[in-house]
Write a protein that binds this ligand. Structure first.
Ligand SMILES: Cc1cc2nc3c(=O)[nH]c(=O)nc-3n(C[C@H](O)[C@H](O)[C@H](O)COP(=O)(O)OP(=O)(O)OC[C@H]3O[C@@H](n4cnc5c(N)ncnc54)[C@H](O)[C@@H]3O)c2cc1C
Length: 293
């Protein structure tokens, strides 16, 4: 049984903001795959809910006039995987979405919920971080834009002020143009499992495909929130497409990460996976970009 005291269904973004102001302790619910689990565990007993489910305007992937991909936060994992725009310009995000849970979950869970819950293992978060997503947040004072890097504040904590909701995930054109990505989810089994480590890598190669001009690499579960491995990026940028560069990234990422021991895996085991996923992810991204080793 789900113990809640009221359900308000927002009819527009503005109405959602008004409802949040009128009911400050109410919980926003998108697909509900996190919120409903918490409710069933009794953690939100008697709560009021504000549902975003009917906001179809937040459920599509489009392109802005400046070429930025605009991903509605209510876009489900399955929609992300099937989106023609994402397939063309950022297939790695749809591929990451396709590793989440099982089919029912992918039909209901949303990309917005996947980052607003502030969870480090969220499968689409590391690709959003690796592509420097910008987030559009709407609240009583209007709309503000922040980088996803500033959005995460700590375990389960994100920069959403009272009355605010996430209204768009933007991937700037310079971020996806000529860029090829690859996501690896390492989990103990193939379906219905949370990532032990998630690794998203993307590259831009030189015109002759022999040099890595830009690499970005991001991890889930390598620290308290999804994170970039910045020193590894700096070490790889400008390096040739070569086996030596693959070895380099596998070692360099270990300077950036801080995984912990949990019942799922020890910190040492996670470090081994972090190294290996960096090597495999970089190789796959370079090959997708047309590079040859
Ligand atoms: C069986 C099972 C398996 C799972 N497997 C995986 C997995 O493999 N990988 C993975 O990453 N996750 C997994 N999850 C977790 C979950 O499905 C995802 O985190 C999902 O993305 C949450 O999205 P949602 O729309 O269902 O969020 P909800 O439960 O509706 O909301 C999650 C949180 O985000 C907030 N929120 C949602 N949308 C907004 C918004 N637009 N603005 C502001 N706040 C918002 C809510 O208030 C809430 O705090 C699993 C969950 C279950 C139950």
């Amino acid at each position: 049984m789900y113990d809640f005291s009221a359900l308000y269904e927002a009819t527009s973004v503005q109405n959602a903001v008004e409802l949040m102001q009128a009911h400050p302790s109410a919980v926003l619910i998108a697909g509900g795959s996190d919120v409903l689990i918490k409710m069933r565990e009794g953690k939100l007993a008697g709560t009021e809910l504000i549902s975003l489910y009917k906001l179809d305007e937040l459920r599509e992937v489009t392109m802005d006039p400046d070429g930025a991909l605009r991903i509605g936060p209510m876009t489900s994992f399955s929609h992300a995987t099937k989106s023609p725009l994402l397939q063309q310009y950022m297939p790695v995000l749809g591929e990451a979405a396709d590793t989440v849970g099982g089919p029912q979950l992918r039909n209901i869970g949303t990309l917005g919920g996947n980052i607003c819950n502030g969870v480090t293992s969220a499968d689409t978060a590391s690709s959003q971080v690796a592509y420097d997503a910008m987030l559009e947040i709407t609240g009583p004072a209007g709309m503000r834009k922040i980088s996803i890097h500033d959005f995460y504040k700590g375990v389960g904590k994100v920069d959403l002020q009272p009355g605010e909701l996430l209204t768009a995930i933007l991937i700037p054109k310079e971020s996806y143009e000529n860029c090829y990505g690859y996501y690896i989810k390492y989990a103990m089994r193939n379906a219905m499992d949370i990532a032990t480590i998630g690794c998203s890598v993307n590259v831009v190669l030189s015109a002759d495909k022999k040099t890595i001009e830009r690499m970005r690499i991001s991890y889930g579960v390598a620290g308290p929130v999804p994170m970039r491995a910045r020193s590894a990026e700096a070490a790889v940028n400008g390096q040739p497409v070569s086996e030596a560069t693959i070895e380099l990234v596998g070692n360099a990422v270990l300077n950036d990460v801080n995984p912990r021991t949990s019942w799922r895996a020890s910190a040492d085991f996670r470090k081994q996976i972090i190294s290996e996923t960096a090597r495999r992810g970089l190789r796959a991204a370079v090959e997708r970009a047309g590079g040859v080793f």
